[in-house]
Design a protein around this ligand. Structure first.
Ligand SMILES: C[S@@+](CC[C@H](N)C(=O)[O-])C[C@H]1O[C@@H](n2cnc3c(N)ncnc32)[C@H](O)[C@@H]1O
Length: 215
């Protein structure tokens, strides 16, 4: 009986959280017609995660960063025009469009799941966006040396993936580059966490770490 009640509470809580996030996203999108168009196109693509990842490993659990949250993150990171923004595990590429539209960044999305990535790629084509690049690859095999700002929405990533990403960031990223991670900071003393803040993600409020490479 107790477990049924707690399940009902979780479902109701989730329902109201989704309505809240949806309202915030709508208010944000009404100010940016280009992003509203992108959001409508993103939502019009049917995608079933389980069909594409039958193993259902935790690295590949799909969730999204709302566009208003990404806009807030890029503003905190104080990004500058023409900087290179990398989203490691970009999914459908929603964050790339925010970085392109609001901050004039040069976005690159790396995603192992080609079905997800192709959604973003098609939308960029339809909207005539040429300054965005997409790579179907394991981000651990991608060269990150050109990046100025890196985003890793890795709340559900395995410890081993996080450790490998931390080592790769230590050796490959340039001095002064900014890394934004969810739920945990990079496991490295070369990165200085200059801000941590709870923000709204599709799966709930999550701690976001903003860190800068010292050397
Ligand atoms: C939680 S989703 C985040 C999607 C998007 N970045 C966002 O914030 O809206 C994480 C994504 O990382 C991808 N991913 C996980 N491990 C990866 C790897 N080693 N290489 C490339 N993509 C990976 C998954 O397929 C998934 O689409």
């Amino acid at each position: 009986m107790f477990s049924i009640i707690s399940k009902i509470i979780i479902i109701v809580e989730h329902f109201f959280y989704n309505i809240f996030i949806f309202s915030l996203e709508c208010c944000f999108l009404l100010r940016y017609p280009f992003l509203l168009k992108v959001r409508l196109l993103l939502n019009s693509f049917y995608f079933s995660h389980k069909e594409i990842n039958p193993d259902d490993q935790s690295d590949f659990i799909y969730g999204e960063t709302p566009m208003f949250t990404m806009a807030q993150m890029l503003s905190i990171a104080k990004v500058k025009d023409n900087q290179h923004f990398y989203d490691l595990g970009c999914g459908k590429g929603n964050n790339l469009f925010v970085a392109y539209c609001l901050n004039k960044l040069k976005p690159k999305g790396i995603e192992q799941n080609s079905s997800l990535l192709n959604v973003g790629k098609s939308i960029a084509k339809v909207l005539n966006v040429n300054s965005m690049s997409f790579s179907v690859n394991d981000f651990l095999n991608e060269d990150l040396s050109a990046a100025d700002i890196i985003y890793i929405a890795g709340t559900s990533f395995e410890d081993e993936t996080i450790n490998n990403l931390s080592k790769k960031s230590e050796t490959e990223l340039k001095k002064g580059s900014i890394v934004i991670t969810l739920s945990y900071p990079l496991q490295s003393s070369i990165f200085n966490v200059f801000l941590k803040k709870k923000m709204f993600l599709s799966w709930g409020r999550t701690m976001v770490y903003f860190q800068k490479k010292r050397s």
